[in-house]
Design a protein around this ligand. Structure first.
Ligand code: E4P
Length: 218
């Protein structure tokens, strides 16, 4: 399973890359807006820091505007994947862009039917939002699992990117249900390292080793 960092912040990305387990980055207009730089500049800076897929969002909502923005974003770097919402105009744009060889991430997906539209249009990635679907009483794990079943059934190559992942439970549910990728905020990935028994065990190992070493020296 691939881990993507859900951020547009360069300091977070630099720090996370040191872990050696980050395969890509996702951004969205809200995350880009927090950084204060123009979208294209921020995406270029992210691409220059790492070698992995970087999802860059379009801000247009009409078909021709989406296609024009997507072409410009794809020219920034070979690792750019253009993030497009699953609307009628968005899916129509994805179908056209797929034919041009431009890779897309169909976002704001909340139903298996929307994921099926993304796959049929030739999307490279589709992003079902676990947390947000659960905010409305839905089941994030059922969403991923249904999409995985349908894609397997028909042999669609579109990869499932679990988004809006809010905790370790979501990550494990998404992994078990068949997501190829999970995108997570920095703090969530950082929390994956932590377990009280790891801290306790490490302390015990260090104490035992130090005692033995001190004995040998004496
Ligand atoms: C990633 O592609 C999404 O934009 C992101 O995961 C949304 O997460 P949120 O629902 O916590 O804002």
């Amino acid at each position: 399973m691939k881990f993507f960092l859900d951020t547009a912040n360069l300091d977070e990305l630099k720090s996370a890359l040191a872990w050696g387990v980050i395969d890509g980055v996702t951004t969205n207009p809200s995350l880009i807006a927090k950084e204060g730089a123009p979208l294209e500049d921020q995406i270029r800076s992210i691409c220059n820091l790492m070698d992995g897929d970087v999802s860059a969002p379009v801000t247009a909502i009409d078909r021709e505007g989406i296609i024009a923005e997507a072409r410009a974003l794809a020219k920034i770097h070979r690792n750019v994947v253009v993030k497009i919402p699953v609307t009628e105009d968005g899916i129509s744009a994805v179908a056209a862009l797929s034919k041009e060889g431009i890779r897309t991430n169909v976002t704001l997906c909340f139903s298996p039917a929307q994921a099926l539209l993304a796959a049929k249009a030739g999307a490279y990635l589709v992003s079902p939002f676990l947390g947000r679907v659960e905010d409305l009483g839905g089941s994030g794990v059922d969403l991923i699992s249904d999409i995985a079943t349908i894609f397997l059934r028909f042999g669609y190559k579109t990869q499932i990117l679990a988004a809006s992942v809010r905790g370790q439970g979501h990550l494990i549910q998404a992994a078990k249900a068949g997501a190829h990728i999970a995108t997570m905020p920095y703090k969530l990935i950082e929390s994956l390292f932590q377990h009280p028994l790891t801290d306790k065990g490490l302390q015990q190992f260090q104490e035992d080793y130090s005692k033995a070493f001190d004995l040998v020296k004496a």
